[in-house]
Design a protein around this ligand. Structure first.
Ligand code: CP
Length: 312
């Protein structure tokens, strides 16, 4: 696979580190990976001899599994670190954990942590390329890339599309990375939810719209993305109750009619069915949700290939 962009040795902390052309190059590389995977599920030898570490301090199903699958499909060795079963439980620090793993010859780290900036810290102590797999409320760039790829592949371009993102925006790292990437590719993005879950300063930083009324937000939307209602935050009293949230903001057959006919339905997962989205929509013909998951493997293959200088 040829790419005019060399991401060799780069980090991926968030999409603001990447130019629009570089994002497009990743999308194009993803398309190639997808074609290869559809044609032949055999392992590629491209990353033979490389060792990748998934360093996860928070739970994950999609991100971790798809990174591990992506690396192993390209013949990289994968070591998998879980905070609960590691020496962290005996008091070892993040710094000493990284020194220890580095001594074993890791070539690239994939990091998830509840604390924003942890991927940068891992890079500082390892001097190895790091991919941010979700750091606190800050960023989740590979989720944004797979979301963007799923739209780009289906609709050809994001230029001029109206994308509505609905839900708990305040606590969402996915929305922040998506806002950066979608705006770079020319989409018009509106974020929607209750006032306490949608910060009013977002337009100033990201050039998006903020809307508190679902019907208005969905008007003319080409794509509607639901976000996970972070139920654990309910303790903070940011909304009166889940029933109240659902009554005003659920994505259902009834509410999705406010968007364009055949608007694409997306969700980064995990979903709270019956709270932010109903099964009638999540499992409908319009839904891209499982395609997003499948595309996650292809996107992560492309990123690992480009960052580790895989042999075509
Ligand atoms: N979308 C996402 O990050 O899912 P996981 O928490 O399962 O990785």
């Amino acid at each position: 696979m040829q790419s005019k962009f060399n991401l060799l040795g780069r980090n991926l902390f968030d999409l603001d580190d990447y130019s629009t052309d570089e994002i497009v190059a990743i999308l194009e590389a993803t398309q190639v990976m997808k074609q290869i995977n559809l044609r032949d599920y055999k392992k590629l030898p491209t990353l033979k001899g490389k060792t990748v570490c998934t360093l996860f301090f928070e739970n994950s199903t999609r991100t971790r599994m798809s990174f591990e699958l992506a690396a192993s499909r390209m013949s990289a060795d994968v070591v998998s670190f879980s905070a609960e079963t590691s020496a962290l439980a005996k008091g070892e620090s993040l710094q000493d954990t990284v020194y220890t793993l580095n001594a074993m010859g890791i070539d690239l780290y994939i990091v998830r942590h509840s604390c924003p900036g942890s991927p940068q810290l891992v890079h500082k102590h390892s001097s190895k390329p790091v991919i941010n797999a979700g750091d606190g409320r800050h960023a989740h760039p590979t989720q944004a890339l797979l979301d963007i790829f799923s739209i780009w592949e289906r609709l050809g371009s994001l230029k001029g599309l109206r994308i509505a993102i609905v839900g708990d925006v305040t606590h969402s790292r996915v929305v922040r990375s998506n806002l950066i990437g979608m705006k770079k590719l020319g989409a018009e993005v509106v974020v929607c939810g209750p006032r306490t879950l949608v910060p009013g300063y977002l337009p100033e930083i990201y050039g998006c719209e903020v809307e508190y009324d679902l019907k208005t937000a969905l008007k003319n939307a080409d794509v509607v993305m639901g976000l996970r209602m972070q139920i654990e935050r309910q303790r903070e009293g940011l909304f009166p109750g889940l029933d109240e949230y659902t009554r005003h903001y659920v994505l259902s057959k009834e509410t999705i009619r406010w968007a364009k006919k055949d608007a694409l339905i997306m969700h980064p997962g995990p979903m709270n069915r019956g709270i932010e989205i109903l099964p009638e929509i999540a499992d409908s013909e319009q839904s891209l949700i499982l395609k997003q998951v499948a595309n996650g493997v292809n996107v992560r293959m492309a990123i690992l290939f480009l960052m580790l200088g895989g042999k075509a």
